[in-house]
Design a protein around this ligand. Structure first.
Ligand code: TA6
Length: 271
Protein backbone atom coordinates (compact mmCIF):
# COMPACT_ATOMS: atom_id res chain seq x y z
CA UNK A 1 0.00 0.00 0.00
CA UNK A 2 1.36 3.46 -0.89
CA UNK A 3 0.84 6.20 1.68
CA UNK A 4 0.78 9.64 0.12
CA UNK A 5 1.18 12.96 1.94
CA UNK A 6 0.86 16.34 0.25
CA UNK A 7 0.80 19.85 1.79
CA UNK A 8 -3.02 19.72 1.61
CA UNK A 9 -4.05 16.09 1.99
CA UNK A 10 -3.28 12.43 2.59
CA UNK A 11 -4.18 9.36 0.56
CA UNK A 12 -3.62 5.59 0.42
CA UNK A 13 -3.46 3.37 -2.65
CA UNK A 14 -3.29 -0.45 -2.45
CA UNK A 15 -1.57 -2.36 -5.26
CA UNK A 16 -4.39 -4.88 -4.77
CA UNK A 17 -6.96 -3.70 -7.29
CA UNK A 18 -5.11 -0.35 -7.72
CA UNK A 19 -7.51 0.54 -4.93
CA UNK A 20 -7.55 4.08 -3.49
CA UNK A 21 -8.81 3.48 0.04
CA UNK A 22 -8.27 6.91 1.57
CA UNK A 23 -8.28 10.55 0.60
CA UNK A 24 -8.63 13.31 3.18
CA UNK A 25 -7.99 17.03 2.99
CA UNK A 26 -6.21 18.39 6.08
CA UNK A 27 -8.82 19.58 8.59
CA UNK A 28 -11.76 17.84 6.82
CA UNK A 29 -13.41 14.46 7.41
CA UNK A 30 -12.23 11.76 4.96
CA UNK A 31 -13.73 12.25 1.49
CA UNK A 32 -13.78 8.50 0.75
CA UNK A 33 -15.73 5.97 2.83
CA UNK A 34 -14.08 2.71 3.88
CA UNK A 35 -16.02 -0.07 5.56
CA UNK A 36 -14.65 -0.89 9.00
CA UNK A 37 -15.13 -4.58 8.19
CA UNK A 38 -13.65 -4.60 4.69
CA UNK A 39 -11.76 -7.76 3.82
CA UNK A 40 -8.17 -7.49 2.64
CA UNK A 41 -7.92 -10.86 0.94
CA UNK A 42 -6.09 -11.80 -2.25
CA UNK A 43 -9.22 -12.92 -4.05
CA UNK A 44 -11.70 -10.37 -2.69
CA UNK A 45 -12.34 -6.69 -3.44
CA UNK A 46 -11.73 -4.05 -0.79
CA UNK A 47 -15.02 -2.53 0.44
CA UNK A 48 -15.00 1.24 0.08
CA UNK A 49 -12.67 3.81 -1.48
CA UNK A 50 -12.61 3.64 -5.28
CA UNK A 51 -13.02 0.09 -6.67
CA UNK A 52 -11.72 -0.03 -10.26
CA UNK A 53 -14.39 -1.85 -12.26
CA UNK A 54 -13.09 -3.33 -15.55
CA UNK A 55 -13.77 -4.99 -18.02
CA UNK A 56 -17.42 -5.59 -17.04
CA UNK A 57 -19.92 -4.01 -14.63
CA UNK A 58 -22.30 -6.12 -12.58
CA UNK A 59 -22.48 -9.90 -12.96
CA UNK A 60 -23.02 -11.08 -16.57
CA UNK A 61 -24.19 -14.72 -16.56
CA UNK A 62 -21.05 -15.92 -18.32
CA UNK A 63 -18.63 -14.14 -15.98
CA UNK A 64 -17.13 -15.62 -12.81
CA UNK A 65 -17.01 -12.42 -10.75
CA UNK A 66 -19.13 -9.37 -10.07
CA UNK A 67 -17.62 -6.12 -11.44
CA UNK A 68 -14.74 -7.55 -13.46
CA UNK A 69 -11.24 -8.72 -12.56
CA UNK A 70 -9.20 -5.48 -12.19
CA UNK A 71 -10.17 -4.94 -8.54
CA UNK A 72 -8.93 -8.38 -7.45
CA UNK A 73 -5.62 -8.40 -9.30
CA UNK A 74 -2.28 -7.04 -8.02
CA UNK A 75 -1.21 -4.02 -10.06
CA UNK A 76 2.40 -2.91 -10.49
CA UNK A 77 3.87 0.52 -9.78
CA UNK A 78 4.98 2.02 -13.09
CA UNK A 79 5.90 5.51 -11.96
CA UNK A 80 5.84 7.80 -8.93
CA UNK A 81 6.13 11.56 -9.39
CA UNK A 82 6.03 14.54 -7.05
CA UNK A 83 6.29 17.65 -9.25
CA UNK A 84 7.23 21.06 -7.87
CA UNK A 85 3.55 22.01 -7.40
CA UNK A 86 3.38 19.70 -4.36
CA UNK A 87 1.01 17.15 -5.93
CA UNK A 88 1.85 13.42 -6.02
CA UNK A 89 1.11 11.18 -8.98
CA UNK A 90 1.10 7.38 -8.88
CA UNK A 91 0.93 5.45 -12.15
CA UNK A 92 -0.02 1.77 -11.85
CA UNK A 93 -0.17 -0.92 -14.52
CA UNK A 94 -2.38 -4.03 -14.68
CA UNK A 95 -0.09 -6.96 -15.45
CA UNK A 96 -0.89 -9.17 -18.44
CA UNK A 97 -4.11 -11.12 -17.88
CA UNK A 98 -4.61 -14.28 -19.94
CA UNK A 99 -8.38 -13.88 -19.47
CA UNK A 100 -8.39 -10.52 -21.27
CA UNK A 101 -7.88 -9.59 -24.96
CA UNK A 102 -4.41 -8.10 -25.56
CA UNK A 103 -4.64 -4.66 -23.92
CA UNK A 104 -2.57 -2.24 -21.87
CA UNK A 105 -4.34 -0.95 -18.75
CA UNK A 106 -2.93 1.87 -16.63
CA UNK A 107 -4.35 3.81 -13.70
CA UNK A 108 -3.06 7.25 -12.78
CA UNK A 109 -3.91 8.75 -9.37
CA UNK A 110 -3.02 12.38 -8.66
CA UNK A 111 -3.30 13.68 -5.09
CA UNK A 112 -3.38 17.40 -4.23
CA UNK A 113 -6.24 19.54 -2.87
CA UNK A 114 -8.34 17.29 -5.08
CA UNK A 115 -8.17 13.60 -5.97
CA UNK A 116 -7.94 12.75 -9.64
CA UNK A 117 -8.01 9.24 -11.09
CA UNK A 118 -7.69 8.12 -14.69
CA UNK A 119 -8.19 4.61 -16.10
CA UNK A 120 -6.45 4.30 -19.48
CA UNK A 121 -7.07 1.29 -21.75
CA UNK A 122 -5.24 0.62 -25.04
CA UNK A 123 -6.45 -2.13 -27.38
CA UNK A 124 -3.37 -4.12 -28.42
CA UNK A 125 -5.37 -6.80 -30.23
CA UNK A 126 -6.43 -7.06 -33.88
CA UNK A 127 -10.14 -6.96 -33.04
CA UNK A 128 -12.52 -4.44 -31.50
CA UNK A 129 -12.43 -4.71 -27.68
CA UNK A 130 -15.84 -4.07 -26.08
CA UNK A 131 -15.78 -3.49 -22.32
CA UNK A 132 -17.38 -1.61 -19.43
CA UNK A 133 -15.43 0.51 -16.98
CA UNK A 134 -16.43 2.32 -13.79
CA UNK A 135 -14.70 4.10 -10.91
CA UNK A 136 -17.07 2.94 -8.19
CA UNK A 137 -16.44 5.69 -5.65
CA UNK A 138 -17.71 5.47 -2.04
CA UNK A 139 -18.09 8.89 -0.39
CA UNK A 140 -18.22 9.57 3.36
CA UNK A 141 -21.35 11.40 4.50
CA UNK A 142 -22.28 12.46 8.03
CA UNK A 143 -25.85 11.11 7.86
CA UNK A 144 -27.48 9.74 4.70
CA UNK A 145 -30.76 11.36 5.82
CA UNK A 146 -29.17 14.82 5.44
CA UNK A 147 -27.75 14.22 1.97
CA UNK A 148 -29.01 15.31 -1.43
CA UNK A 149 -27.52 14.60 -4.85
CA UNK A 150 -27.80 17.11 -7.70
CA UNK A 151 -26.85 17.10 -11.38
CA UNK A 152 -29.05 14.30 -12.66
CA UNK A 153 -32.48 15.94 -13.20
CA UNK A 154 -33.99 14.84 -16.52
CA UNK A 155 -31.40 12.08 -17.03
CA UNK A 156 -32.60 8.61 -18.08
CA UNK A 157 -31.69 5.78 -15.73
CA UNK A 158 -31.95 2.01 -15.44
CA UNK A 159 -33.42 1.01 -12.07
CA UNK A 160 -31.38 -1.99 -10.87
CA UNK A 161 -34.05 -2.58 -8.21
CA UNK A 162 -36.82 -2.84 -10.84
CA UNK A 163 -35.39 -5.24 -13.47
CA UNK A 164 -33.47 -2.40 -15.11
CA UNK A 165 -36.71 -0.56 -15.94
CA UNK A 166 -35.93 2.65 -17.88
CA UNK A 167 -36.99 5.77 -15.95
CA UNK A 168 -36.22 9.49 -15.96
CA UNK A 169 -34.89 11.39 -12.94
CA UNK A 170 -37.53 13.92 -11.92
CA UNK A 171 -35.76 15.39 -8.90
CA UNK A 172 -33.33 18.29 -8.97
CA UNK A 173 -32.26 17.15 -5.50
CA UNK A 174 -32.26 13.36 -4.99
CA UNK A 175 -32.79 12.30 -1.38
CA UNK A 176 -32.04 8.78 -0.11
CA UNK A 177 -34.61 7.12 2.16
CA UNK A 178 -34.39 3.51 0.95
CA UNK A 179 -32.10 1.33 -1.16
CA UNK A 180 -31.12 3.16 -4.35
CA UNK A 181 -29.31 1.49 -7.24
CA UNK A 182 -29.59 3.49 -10.46
CA UNK A 183 -27.49 3.49 -13.63
CA UNK A 184 -27.92 6.95 -15.19
CA UNK A 185 -27.07 6.77 -18.89
CA UNK A 186 -25.91 9.21 -21.59
CA UNK A 187 -24.86 11.82 -19.06
CA UNK A 188 -21.61 13.74 -18.86
CA UNK A 189 -22.85 15.94 -16.03
CA UNK A 190 -20.90 16.81 -12.93
CA UNK A 191 -22.74 15.41 -9.89
CA UNK A 192 -22.68 17.03 -6.45
CA UNK A 193 -23.30 15.44 -3.06
CA UNK A 194 -24.68 18.02 -0.61
CA UNK A 195 -23.98 16.94 2.96
CA UNK A 196 -25.81 19.17 5.45
CA UNK A 197 -24.46 17.13 8.36
CA UNK A 198 -20.75 17.52 7.55
CA UNK A 199 -21.50 20.95 6.03
CA UNK A 200 -19.75 20.18 2.74
CA UNK A 201 -20.44 19.74 -0.95
CA UNK A 202 -18.57 17.00 -2.80
CA UNK A 203 -18.18 17.50 -6.56
CA UNK A 204 -17.72 14.54 -8.89
CA UNK A 205 -16.42 15.84 -12.23
CA UNK A 206 -15.77 13.34 -14.99
CA UNK A 207 -14.45 12.97 -18.54
CA UNK A 208 -14.75 10.00 -20.86
CA UNK A 209 -17.78 8.77 -18.94
CA UNK A 210 -21.36 8.52 -20.19
CA UNK A 211 -22.80 6.70 -17.18
CA UNK A 212 -23.20 7.67 -13.52
CA UNK A 213 -24.31 5.09 -10.94
CA UNK A 214 -25.89 6.15 -7.63
CA UNK A 215 -26.06 3.46 -4.94
CA UNK A 216 -26.91 3.16 -1.29
CA UNK A 217 -27.55 -0.37 0.01
CA UNK A 218 -29.84 0.77 2.84
CA UNK A 219 -30.74 -1.57 5.72
CA UNK A 220 -31.42 -5.04 4.31
CA UNK A 221 -28.56 -5.12 1.80
CA UNK A 222 -26.17 -3.61 4.39
CA UNK A 223 -27.03 -6.51 6.71
CA UNK A 224 -26.56 -9.00 3.87
CA UNK A 225 -23.00 -7.87 3.02
CA UNK A 226 -20.39 -9.61 5.19
CA UNK A 227 -17.79 -6.92 4.54
CA UNK A 228 -20.06 -3.97 5.32
CA UNK A 229 -21.32 -2.89 8.76
CA UNK A 230 -25.06 -3.10 9.38
CA UNK A 231 -25.24 0.64 10.16
CA UNK A 232 -22.64 1.81 7.64
CA UNK A 233 -25.25 2.63 4.98
CA UNK A 234 -25.92 5.79 7.03
CA UNK A 235 -22.38 7.04 6.47
CA UNK A 236 -21.83 6.55 2.76
CA UNK A 237 -23.13 7.04 -0.75
CA UNK A 238 -21.68 5.74 -4.00
CA UNK A 239 -21.55 8.10 -6.99
CA UNK A 240 -19.78 6.09 -9.67
CA UNK A 241 -18.47 7.32 -13.01
CA UNK A 242 -17.96 5.03 -15.99
CA UNK A 243 -19.40 3.55 -19.16
CA UNK A 244 -21.80 0.72 -18.44
CA UNK A 245 -24.71 -1.10 -20.09
CA UNK A 246 -25.67 0.75 -23.30
CA UNK A 247 -22.73 3.13 -22.77
CA UNK A 248 -20.15 0.31 -22.91
CA UNK A 249 -16.89 1.19 -24.72
CA UNK A 250 -16.12 -0.27 -28.17
CA UNK A 251 -12.38 0.23 -28.65
CA UNK A 252 -10.89 -0.24 -32.14
CA UNK A 253 -7.51 -2.00 -32.49
CA UNK A 254 -4.62 0.26 -31.54
CA UNK A 255 -6.87 2.90 -29.97
CA UNK A 256 -6.72 4.25 -26.40
CA UNK A 257 -9.55 5.52 -24.20
CA UNK A 258 -9.46 7.31 -20.82
CA UNK A 259 -11.99 7.48 -17.99
CA UNK A 260 -11.24 10.41 -15.69
CA UNK A 261 -12.72 11.67 -12.42
CA UNK A 262 -11.84 14.69 -10.32
CA UNK A 263 -13.14 14.65 -6.74
CA UNK A 264 -13.24 17.88 -4.74
CA UNK A 265 -15.07 19.32 -1.75
CA UNK A 266 -16.00 22.73 -0.41
CA UNK A 267 -17.71 23.95 2.74
CA UNK A 268 -21.48 24.47 2.39
CA UNK A 269 -22.40 28.03 1.51
CA UNK A 270 -23.44 29.89 4.63
CA UNK A 271 -27.20 30.44 4.14
O1 TA6 B 1 -22.97 0.19 -7.49
C1 TA6 B 1 -23.99 -0.57 -7.88
C2 TA6 B 1 -23.73 -2.05 -7.63
O2 TA6 B 1 -23.75 -2.73 -8.85
C3 TA6 B 1 -24.80 -2.55 -6.66
O3 TA6 B 1 -25.75 -3.33 -7.35
C4 TA6 B 1 -24.01 -3.35 -5.62
O4 TA6 B 1 -23.89 -4.69 -6.03
C5 TA6 B 1 -22.69 -2.60 -5.62
O5 TA6 B 1 -22.45 -2.34 -7.00
C6 TA6 B 1 -21.56 -3.28 -4.91
O6 TA6 B 1 -21.13 -4.39 -5.63
P1 TA6 B 1 -19.96 -5.30 -4.94
O7 TA6 B 1 -19.68 -6.39 -5.93
O8 TA6 B 1 -18.77 -4.41 -4.72
O9 TA6 B 1 -20.53 -5.78 -3.63
Amino acid sequence: MLEIVTPWSTAEVYLHGAHVTHFQKNGEPPLLFMSQVSRFLRDAPIRGGIPVIFPWFGKPVDKPLQHGIARVRNWEVKELASPADGSVTVKLRLPYCSDLPACAVEYVVTVSRTLRAELVVTNKSEKEFAFENCLHTYFTVGDIGSVSVTGLKGVKYLDQLDSLARKVEKENRIHISSEVDRVYVDTKHTVSVHDASLKRIIRVEKEGSASTVVWNPWIAKAKAMQDFGDEEYQKMICVESGNVNGNAVKLAPGKTVSLRIKLSSTGLKKT
